[in-house]
Design a protein around this ligand. Sequence first.
Ligand code: ADP
Ligand code: MG
Length: 329
Amino acid sequence: LNKPHHQAVQHPDEFSLIKRYFQRKAKQRPDVMMGIGDDAAILKIPQGELLAAAIDTMVAGVHFPEKTSPFDIGYKALAVNLSDLAAMGAAPAWLTLALTMPQSDSDWLQAFADGLFLLANKFDMQLVGGDTTRGPLTISIQAHGFVKPDDIIYRHGAKAGDQVYVSGTLGDAGLGLLAVTQQKQLHDHDKNFILQRLNRPQPRVELGMALRGIASSAIDVSDGLIADLRHILDASQVGAVIHAENLPLSSALKNNLTNEEAVKLALTSGDDYELCFTIPKSREQEFLSKINSLSVPCTRIGDIISQPELQVNGYHGEISTTGYQHFAK
Ligand code: ADP
Ligand code: MG
């Protein structure tokens, strides 16, 4: 059927494109009964596990600067979804890809697929289906993973007395965005690190899975620490005290900003895709010995309190409390 209003990429074109760039690379998992090639994927969830499903859309010019490389776009579109699975404690399994692009450019598609599959292969994920249409560059990826009912880490489990932790360092991606969009000058030997932090976030999948049965709540930091921690506090009906001097800052961030600027980015800039989570005191020893074997550093930045408010000690600048809002007036 011809659907001019739908503007599908022309059919023969669409099929060969999918085959060439997305099907031949697909990893074959034993739990995929039918992947790309039929009307729907048919997938098998292991006994005793639940399905975790997360979807995120990236629109050119909104979620990434227009000049971002196709490799980085493919990589990051999956990374942000893996980060959501990580925050639930889920193990990644499958992904679907809805790709809208202005034209079918084979160099662009090759690089996009290389970035996407680099990460998919790293986490043993299979691309099992999707949709391809013509229009302004927009990428939606849905990631699916497994988690046992007792292992799920919700936002709503934080309790007064729990300790607040964050993985990695904060603010680096925010500085990267300033460098790319506002020509903020960076010292030469920090450029690479900062741009990698913006374009190639490391989803904290192993950490999320290690926190199963230990963390009382978790969220991934996509909109900025304050905005995202607030989601945990709201869902858990608690508050928190955060100490600005305890925020983990990279040496690259400190080299290129005043302390005040660095702390502001660490608190408010998005795109770091670190995990923020809470650990009950009774699980602290277990937590510390568990993360010893992981390569990701975790830093204690504060405590959960019963009064439902967020205090940031040692920071006196302006703090926008809501993060980036697409439909804000
Ligand atoms: P339908 O019209 O039945 O939706 P499509 O032409 O959209 O079929 O897709 C044909 C097959 O190719 C389906 O299995 C679909 O999941 C897969 N597919 C389409 N686009 C993509 C894509 N961008 N990535 C992965 N699989 C895709
Ligand atoms: Mg379709």
